[in-house]
Design a protein around this ligand. Structure first.
Ligand SMILES: *[C@@H]1O[C@H](CO)[C@@H](O)[C@H](O)[C@H]1NC(C)=O
Ligand SMILES: *[C@@H]1O[C@H](CO)[C@@H](O)[C@H](O)[C@H]1NC(C)=O
Ligand SMILES: *[C@@H]1O[C@H](CO)[C@@H](O)[C@H](O)[C@H]1NC(C)=O
Length: 425
């Protein structure tokens, strides 16, 4: 009888030491992960040297059923926590309509996302003042547009056909996109870290749903479905460092396309050639945004015409052109209209009534403001009204706030940007 406590005591001691191990693992691993994630959210901490390890964990979690996936964080949660550069390019033309939707549906969905804005200075640039409400502003570059010299290889590789401003228009667009990549790389070098993902999108995109984490796929470049104009839809792209670097190097890869024998490319076919010649595989996805446009198009569209969606379409519109309008055509009428379109050109998917069409042969119709407000809701309507009745002093104040929030700033003085658009007020 006296021996029995000893018999119990021995396994108990073993059990305790075993327990210690499990506790250490149980408490230690999430703590370790937390420290790694935390340290990269604040790159100034000395622990930021751990970021390559974090990237290793993320990339491996994405590639299959790693222990880190499932056990602690789902793939979606990993994306939401990862470091994302959101690159916005283009002119601010209707930014009072699109800006708030980008802030809510992209930037606010991903708390570690940083905004990069690359835009030309024009009379609408004052509208960027609304970005003072963006959660994190890394870098802003607003520049005086200059004609770009055209090289011989650009003349050979590109075509002026179907581009509103011929080859010069394409070069300006490519410069906007590649310039954003340059901004991101120099920010990374300065801060000594690298983004897990780069989301490249446009200032004129109106988002009617949040960007879903499922569209972040390691090793693949994700582009919207449809509107492919013989190549790949280039109105948005999501990728990791490797795929994004190829996808966004739109000017510097033209000589490579020239050597590969490509010629007479439009923006979309050049984009596709860029990816295929550099071994970047891509996937197309239905994404919940449309490109707000003032351009006029024949209605109903012909085989190689351009459909213009009503902003009120339930979507996803995958970057099709849109404007606020009373739908001229929906249901079976829209189905008939879309059946005419060439599938490799301006076609976009129409499923479950996702698409309603505008008659965009004229200008925006009378009362479009009320139509927009009804679709977009009170909050976005308030921003639209604020920008459309903005006074010079409001613009100056908001731009100063934005400038203070931006980590790097390369733009003309606020007075110049604001007076250019609001001198009359
Ligand atoms: C991950 O696990 C699921 C089932 O749990 C399985 O269907 C899937 O094929 C696995 N994927 C990989 C890449 O191993
Ligand atoms: C369309 O609706 C059907 C039936 O409700 C559904 O199964 C399908 O997934 C929907 N398609 C899309 C793209 O939403
Ligand atoms: C489209 O609108 C124009 C006016 O902007 C009108 O003349 C034309 O008849 C309309 N087309 C159709 C098919 O409704």
């Amino acid at each position: 009888m006296q021996g029995s406590p000893k018999k119990i005591a021995m396994p108990f001691a073993k059990w305790v030491s075993c327990l210690d191990w499990r506790w250490l693992l149980f408490i230690g691993s999430p703590l370790f992960l937390f420290v790694v994630f935390f340290s990269t959210s604040f790159p100034s901490t000395p622990l930021s040297s751990l970021w390559p390890l974090r990237r290793f964990i993320i990339s491996h979690a994405f590639q299959g059923n790693s222990t880190f996936n499932g056990d602690f964080l789902s793939k979606d949660q990993l994306v939401v926590r990862s470091r994302i550069a959101v690159c916005l390019v283009g002119g601010a033309r209707r930014f009072e309509l699109t800006g708030p939707s980008i802030i809510d549906n992209i930037l606010k969905q991903y708390p570690n996302s940083d905004l990069f804005l690359h835009s030309p200075l024009d009379k609408d640039a004052f509208k960027f003042s609304l970005l003072k409400n963006a959660p994190r502003v890394a870098s802003v570059r607003i520049f005086q547009p200059q004609p770009l010299p055209q090289t011989e290889s650009e003349t050979r590789v590109l075509t002026a056909l179907n581009s509103p401003n011929a080859i010069q228009g394409l070069l300006q667009y490519f410069n906007l996109v590649e310039g954003c990549l340059t901004m991101i790389k120099s920010y990374e070098a300065k801060k000594n870290f690298k983004y897990d993902w780069i989301v490249r999108t446009r200032v004129d995109g109106y988002w009617n749903r949040p960007l879903d984490p499922e569209h972040f796929i390691a090793g693949e470049y994700v582009v919207p479905e449809g509107s492919s104009y013989g190549g790949l839809n280039d109105r948005l792209g999501i990728g990791d460092q490797r795929t994004s670097t190829v996808a966004l190097s739109r000017l510097s890869l033209i000589p490579a396309l020239d050597s590969a024998g490509f010629h007479s490319l439009n923006s979309e076919t050049a984009f596709k050639a860029q990816l295929t010649t550099h071994g970047v595989s891509y996937v197309t996805k239905r994404l919940p945004f449309c490109v707000v446009s003032d351009r006029r198009y024949d209605f109903p569209p012909s085989e190689f015409g351009v459909p213009v969606a009503a902003l009120s379409s339930p979507g996803p519109l995958s970057g099709a052109k849109c404007r606020p309008c009373r739908a001229a055509c929906k249901g079976e009428c829209a189905e008939r209209a879309m059946a005419v379109l060439n599938r490799g050109w301006s076609w976009t998917r129409l499923e479950n009534g996702s698409l309603r069409l505008c008659n965009a042969s004229g200008g925006w119709e009378e009362g479009w403001q009320a139509r927009f407000d009804k679709v977009a809701g009170k909050k976005f309507a308030a921003t639209r009204k604020r920008i459309q009745s903005m006074k010079l002093e409001d613009c100056l104040r908001d731009f100063k706030i934005l400038q203070k929030r931006a980590v790097t700033w390369d733009a003309p003085p606020a007075t110049e940007i604001c007076t250019l658009g609001l001198a009359h007020t």
